[in-house]
Design a protein around this ligand. Sequence first.
Ligand code: ATP
Ligand code: MG
Length: 312
Amino acid sequence: MDTPIRVHGLTKVYGGGFRAVDALDLNVPRRSFMGFLGPNGAGKTTTIKIVTNMLSATSGRAYINGVSVMEDPKTALADVGAVVETPEFYPYLTPMETLHYLGELRGLSSCETTNRGRDLLDLVKLTDWREKRVGKFSKGMKQRLAIAQALLSQPSVIILDEPTSGLDPRGMVEVRDILKQLHKLDVTVLMSSHLLNEVQEICTDVSLINRGRLLRSGSVADLLDEVKARKIDVRTLRPLTPDMFDRLRAVPGVKGFAVTGDLSFSLDFEGEEDAQARLLIELQNLGLMVVSFKESGLALESLYMSLIMESR
Ligand SMILES: Nc1ncnc2c1ncn2[C@@H]1O[C@H](COP(=O)(O)OP(=O)(O)OP(=O)(O)O)[C@@H](O)[C@H]1O
Ligand SMILES: [Mg+2]
C-alpha cells in the first residue's frame, strides 16, 4: 500500500522512565485524511514531534514517503507542511509579509510566494486582512495563517497537531471549514485531535490511541459500520403517544426508543440506509409529521469511550 506516513514500533520514554509513546504503529494511506485521535496525554504531540523531527525517539522508526526521518530528516521532511503547537509570528508583519519571509527561508522565489500567497490567503479567508499586522490577529486567525504557511511550498504531506485547540466555537468552525477544503488538494493529512466529533466530521480515516498505544485504526466509515446501533433523534409536529409505542417497536431495525420531549424522541436503530429510509416512512405513517430526523453520532462516542476505558 502507498503510505506517505509510516511509523513503526515508535517508543518515547521521557526522563523518569515514563513511556509517553509505546511501540506505536501508524500507517497513513496516500490522499487520506487521518484523524490521530486520543484523550489528553495520549501521546499525540509526542508522536507528531518525532515524525516532524522536533524530538528524538527512544526507539522505533518513522518514514515519510519512504525516507527515514531518523536517518535523513532533511529529505524526509522536504515535502511536509506542518502546524505543531500554537504558531508565533512576527507581530509587525502583515500575513503576506509573513509568507514572504517564510518563503524566502524555504527557497521560494518572491514571485512564487506572491502568487501562491494570494491563493492561500483566499483559502484561509484572510484576504481582507492582507494589509493588517499579525499582532492584531485573534488566535483563530493566527491558526489560519499557520495553515497557509504549512501549504506554502505545496507539500504532499500535511501534519497538524490539534489545529482547533484553544479556539472559541466560531474559530473552531472556521478552521474546520478550511481543513475540509484540503480534501480537494492532492495531499495526505495527519491531524491530531481529542474530539471525536471533529474527526468524524473532517477525516476519512482514524487511528485511536491511548497511553501511547494504538487501540484501533481504520476508515471512519468502517468504524461507523461497526457501531451497528445508531441513535437517531426525531422531532415531530405531533406527539408520540402510548398507543403508537407497539407499532414503533415493530418497525424493522428499531431496538428501542426514549421520549426526550413533548415533540421529540430518540431511537436506537440497527440497519442499513435503505432500512433507515423505510423507518422514516413508517414514522410518517404514524401521523407524527416528522420535522427532523438525524443520527446523533452517540453510538460512536460510546465505542470511543469503551475502547479507552478497556485500555486503562
Ligand atoms: N517533556 C516531557 N517530559 C516528561 N513527560 C512529558 C513531556 N512531554 C510530554 N510528557 C508526558 O507525556 C504524555 C503524552 O504527552 P503528549 O503531549 O504527547 O500528549 P497529547 O496526546 O498531545 O495530549 P494533549 O491532548 O493534552 O495535547 C503526557 O502524560 C505528558 O505529561
Ligand atoms: Mg498535544
